[in-house]
Design a protein around this ligand. Structure first.
Ligand SMILES: Nc1ncnc2c1ncn2[C@@H]1O[C@H](COP(=O)(O)OP(=O)(O)O)[C@@H](O)[C@H]1O
Ligand SMILES: [Mg+2]
Length: 316
C-alpha cells in the first residue's frame, strides 16, 4: 500500500542527495551538490550570500525540483514524494513567516490547527513552556525582539513533531546571547533524536555543528567534521602579534609562500600550504622587535578564508 520505508525508527541517513543541479535564467546556482546528513546530527551549511544554500534546502525537501540529480529525504524520494517529506520536516525560512499581529499563543495555536494537530491549545502551551516563552504568551509577534521572534518561529516549526529541521539562517541579526540560547535548544532537540540542517554565517555556530558543509558559487567545496575540514585544507598557520600588525600584513602579503593572511584582533594569522615555503617567507620578519610569532593550529575561519580565496581563483 505504502511506498514508505518499512522501518519504524526511520533511516539512519536522513538526507542523502546526489548531484543536485539548478539553474535560474541560464545561470547554474547549485552545481552538482551531493550531501548526506545522519540522524540526530546537527549539520551546518555555510557559504557566502548567494552561494546556493537556500536553493539547495528547497530542493532537499521537495519544494523545488532540481534540473538534475536525485536522492532521498527521510527515506522519501525528493522528486516524487515531496508531500510525504513536507509532513515530516520543519522548515524555518529566512524571513519571519508568522503573523505579526497575532500573539505568541495565537500564532502557535494557529500553526497547530493548520497541521490538524489534536489539542491545539495543549500543543501551543507545551511549546511555550519548552522554549521559555512563558509569561510572554500575549505579546504580539510583531513586538518581539529578533531573538524572541526566532524562538517563536522555532516553536512553530517543532509543533508538528518533525523528524528533520531545516533552518535557514535562523540567527541572522540576532544578538549573541539569544544566539547561544537558540543553539542550546537546537542541541537539546538533536539529543532527543531530531536531525538538523542549519545554514549560518557565524563561525562560532559552525563550530557547534557535528558536521559542516561549505558551498561557494553553487559548488560544495568541503563536507565533514570541523577537524576534518580544517585538516583537509592542509594549512600551516603562524600567529603574529605586535604593535602594528596592519603594516606587517601589507608587507607579508607580497611574499610568495604565504597563501592566507588575516587579522584577528591585535594579531595576524599567516598561513600557507607548503610549510617550508611559508617558513622561508616569514623568516626575515621573525626577529623584528616587538613582534611575537607562534606556530598554531589553523582555525575553522582560516580554513574558510582559504577555501574562499581558492574558489574565487577558480571562478576568475
Ligand atoms: N527563484 C529564483 N529566480 C532567479 N534567481 C534565483 C532564484 N532563487 C535564487 N536565485 C539566485 O540564485 C543564487 C543562489 O541563491 P540562494 O540559494 O538564495 O543563495 P544563499 O541562500 O546561499 O544566499 C543567487 O544568485 C540568487 O539570486
Ligand atoms: Mg539564503
Amino acid at each position: 500500500m505504502s511506498t514508505a520505508p518499512a522501518t519504524v525508527e526511520g533511516p539512519e541517513t536522513v538526507i542523502d542527495v546526489h548531484h543536485l543541479t539548478k539553474s535560474f535564467g541560464g545561470r547554474k546556482v547549485v552545481d552538482d551538490v551531493s550531501m548526506s546528513v545522519k540522524k540526530g546530527r546537527i549539520h551546518g551549511f555555510l557559504g557566502p550570500n548567494g552561494s546556493g544554500k537556500t536553493t539547495t534546502i528547497r530542493m532537499l525537501c521537495g519544494l523545488l525540483t532540481p534540473d538534475s540529480g536525485d536522492g532521498t529525504c527521510l527515506g522519501f524520494d525528493i522528486l516524487t514524494q515531496s508531500d510525504r517529506i513536507r509532513r515530516r520536516v520543519g522548515y524555518m525560512t529566512q524571513k519571519f513567516s508568522l503573523y505579526q499581529d497575532l500573539s505568541i499563543r495565537e500564532n502557535l495555536e494557529f500553526v497547530a490547527r493548520v497541521y490538524g494537530l489534536p489539542d491545539a491549545r495543549g500543543k501551543a502551551k507545551a511549546a511555550i513552556e519548552r522554549l521559555g516563552l512563558k509569561g510572554r504568551e500575549k505579546q504580539l509577534a510583531g513586538d518581539l525582539s529578533g531573538g524572541w521572534k526566532q524562538r517563536l518561529a522555532l516553536g512553530a516549526c517543532i509543533l508538528p513533531e518533525p523528524a528533520l529541521l531545516l533552518l535557514d539562517e535562523p540567527t541572522a541579526g540576532v544578538d549573541p546571547q539569544a544566539r547561544r540560547d537558540f543553539w542550546n535548544e537546537i542541541h537539546a532537540l538533536a539529543t532527543d533524536g531530531l536531525s538538523v540542517l542549519v545554514s549560518t554565517h557565524y563561525m562560532d555556530e559552525a563550530e557547534r555543528c557535528h558536521e559542516i558543509a561549505y558551498i561557494a558559487y553553487g559548488k560544495l567545496l568541503v563536507q565533514g567534521t570541523v577537524d576534518e575540514v580544517i585538516e583537509g585544507t592542509g594549512l600551516v598557520t603562524w600567529t603574529v602579534s605586535g604593535p602594528d600588525v596592519h603594516h606587517l600584513q601589507t608587507e607579508l602579503s607580497k611574499q610568495p609562500g604565504i597563501d592566507m593572511i588575516a587579522p584577528f584582533g591585535l594579531s595576524l594569522h599567516v598561513a600557507g600550504h607548503d610549510e617550508t615555503a611559508l617558513e622561508q617567507a616569514i623568516a626575515p620578519y621573525r626577529d623584528r622587535s616587538g613582534f611575537k610569532w607562534e606556530k598554531g593550529e589553523a582555525t575553522l575561519e582560516d580554513a574558510f578564508i582559504d577555501l574562499m580565496g581558492r574558489s574565487q581563483d577558480n571562478f576568475r
